[in-house]
Write a protein that binds this ligand. Structure first.
Ligand code: USQ
Length: 384
């Protein structure tokens, strides 16, 4: 299969590119390297010393004999996106080329508009180019579980049947996100659903939970590593807790710590996206998949990190701090996750087993985390 990965330089994009290539797919990547710049803007860097794209491509070819193609460019530029899709005519586009940080989008109007413009315009450009040049191409788009928010009822996979005033219908489940970033993905979802309806495109909208970890089968050496962020905006909760433990800082569940989300290991995210790419929806179908392994509260996550880091001689402590975000700190959370297991998804490890891989790997890069430790404590506040 000919696959394009938008955002191939990112935390998910690089491991996915290697995995799809290892499975025999023909992979072309696109990136504008904005993630590297955006992390630098917040005076941080990846804990793992990642290589430039050209060095990554060379290292991958040297180790495997396989070639990954790459174009540098900005998906919000309509002519660029149109041209690469016209040239490549892919069977599948995995769209990871978005700005993925809730706190970053909450800094001010510039960061909100940058996030929303980048994400929404980029996705629309892809949709129009697919329609024009590759109408059979499957768009596999990374959305987020955060689109649903934390309602006081079970969360289905995209749609639910509802009875109201004696009539029934199957409708999109309400989206109640908690940041400008999460809202950008809601807007994307609406635009993609509409494009499938009017043009008969096939798309999978992945509602992914919080990703953690640093290990995949293809990351066999340091020059093939993906990034691992730990600062307040780009580091996700569990990865931050691991980084905090490794440098002897307290772990920081925000507020009461009952905030519950779905979590998935990096290698399982790659596994799920591969399953979705290899099992596309029908023409005209807008398919929604909830993609996570288990749900945890942030207090539970912190306890798992304390326990596993203890096995490596680290005496980690938990320090609950004031919540910089506006979110429910104790709530019901029960999302469905049935469609990916039906396609064959099997989580590789339980949480502790995955932490036993992440923590020692991160200990190797302790000095890089130390170097940017000022970026860890939250300063961006939802109320401004
Ligand atoms: N949290 C803490 N302490 C920390 C960091 C975070 O308690 O030091 C809490 C947050 O307040 C939140 C939860 O942990 O309640 C998750 O926060 P997060 O930063 O790991 O995740 P989030 O902002 O929701 O965003 C991340 C990714 C995003 C993806 C999303 C999936 O950055 O791209 O869409 O996870 S989900 O959370 O399911 O919406």
């Amino acid at each position: 299969m000919k696959v394009m990965i938008m955002g191939m330089d990112g935390y998910l994009g690089w491991p996915l590119a290697m995995h799809l290539s290892a499975r025999g797919h023909n992979v072309t990547g696109i990136d504008n390297f904005s993630r590297r710049r955006n992390v630098e803007e917040l005076k941080s860097h990846s804990a793992t010393p990642i290589k430039s794209m050209s060095d990554r491509l060379k290292a991958y070819q040297r180790k495997t004999g396989k070639k990954l193609d790459f174009y540098e460019g900005d998906l919000t530029k309509t002519d660029f996106t149109d041209k690469i899709i016209a040239e490549e005519k892919p069977d599948c586009i995995v769209h990871l080329g978005e700005i993925p940080s809730a706190p970053f989008s909450m800094i001010d109007v510039e960061h909100c508009n940058y996030t929303q413009t980048n994400n929404i315009v980029g996705t629309n450009n892809i949709l129009f180019a697919i329609k024009k040049h590759a109408p059979k191409c499957h768009l596999l788009k990374l959305g987020t579980m955060g689109e649903y928010g934390t309602p006081n009822i079970d969360i289905p996979e995209g749609f639910f049947e509802i009875e109201y005033r004696g009539r029934k219908d199957t409708l999109p489940f309400p989206r109640q996100p908690g940041s400008w970033y999460h809202l950008s993905k809601v807007h994307d979802s609406h635009n993609i659903m509409f494009a499938c309806k009017i043009w008969g495109l096939a798309s999978t909208d992945i509602m992914q939970g919080v990703v953690h970890g640093i290990v995949t089968d293809e990351m066999t050496s340091d020059d093939l590593l993906t990034r691992f962020d730990f600062d307040e905006a780009w580091g996700t909760a569990l990865n931050r807790f691991c980084a905090q433990a490794v440098i002897g800082n307290e772990l920081t569940p925000y507020g009461k710590g009952g905030q519950t989300r779905g979590y998935i290991a990096l290698r399982d995210s790659v596994q799920c996206m591969t399953l979705a790419a290899e099992n596309p929806p029908k023409d005209g179908e807008y398919r929604v998949l909830n993609q996570f392994d288990e749900t945890y509260s942030v207090n539970d996550l912190a306890k798992h990190v304390v326990k596993v880091s203890g096995e490596f001689g680290i005496d980690a402590k938990i320090w609950s701090i004031e919540n910089p975000r506006l979110e429910k700190e104790e709530h019901y959370y029960h999302p469905d996750r049935e469609k990916l297991p039906a396609l064959g998804f099997k989580p590789t490890n339980d949480l502790d087993a995955e932490l036993r891989l992440t923590i020692p790997k991160l200990m190797k890069y302790r000095s890089r985390i130390e170097e940017k430790k000022e970026a860890i404590m939250p300063k961006i506040k939802w109320r401004g």
